[in-house]
Design a protein around this ligand. Structure first.
Ligand code: ZN
Length: 226
């Protein structure tokens, strides 16, 4: 499950979120328009940007969600959610920041917002993941990325490599249903998500469209998206 394009590709992360939030198609958060909308795709246009041709305002699927007003990329939010879910929120802000390549302050912010939102989504049956797997995420060192830290794709790639190294061996413990349920909790906490209920499996299938075809890591095809 960490081997999903949405975990390291910003465009795929946005498409995943749009599939969850806009079940019946995109809606302008400013005026409610649902038909005269267009996806903006200019070279200088931020990923995920739409324009409403009724009220002329731009918007993204982040609007009205916990992700609104956050400068943190969507795929980083998803990685953070995965790491927090996989460890029962026991990962420290320092460790989280180290893996995600963000400041401790930003990591703390992500952790606090996510923890508050998914609190109620915890499995009442208790932890479903093995202690050793969690310890790996929490403590085991991961190799330094050979990729140079420069803006853009290299940063994404290096972050994803750290993420995969940290979560190696945990993948089979945390399936899509658990992750999607947690993501639903985040969205519901901001009043925009729909009730997961029986829809989780269905959406899990939809979201699997963004899974890597095989193996780990991003191929050349994925990188072409950015
Ligand atoms: Zn509008």
């Amino acid at each position: 499950m960490p081997n999903a394009v949405r975990m390291h590709d910003e465009q795929a992360a946005f498409l995943s979120l749009e599939a969850l939030v806009w079940r019946d198609g995109p809606v302008c958060p400013h005026c409610g328009e649902s038909s005269r909308l267009g996806r903006l795709s200019g070279l200088s246009t931020p990923i995920g940007m739409w324009k409403c041709y009724a009220c002329r305002k731009p918007f993204t699927v982040r609007h009205g969600t916990i992700f609104q007003n956050s400068h943190v990329p969507m795929h980083v939010w998803l990685q953070a959610l995965y790491l927090l879910t996989a460890t029962g929120e026991r990962i420290s802000s320092q460790r989280l920041g180290q893996i995600l390549g963000v400041s401790v302050r930003t990591a703390w912010h992500l952790k606090t917002k996510i923890a508050a939102s998914v609190e109620a989504a915890k499995d009442p049956q208790g932890p479903w993941h093995g202690e050793s797997a969690v310890n790996r995420v929490l403590r085991e060192p991961f190799p330094d990325s050979p990729a140079p830290l420069q803006p853009g794709q290299a940063v994404c790639k290096a972050r994803y490599e750290r993420f995969l190294a940290a979560t190696a061996g945990v993948a089979h413990h945390l399936d899509d249903a658990v992750f999607v349920a947690a993501l639903h909790k985040l969205l519901r906490s901001s009043g925009t998500g729909s009730d997961p209920g029986d829809d989780v499996l269905e959406q899990q299938l939809e979201l699997s469209l963004f899974d890597e075809p095989s193996g780990r890591g991003g191929g050349a095809d994925d990188e072409g998206l950015r």
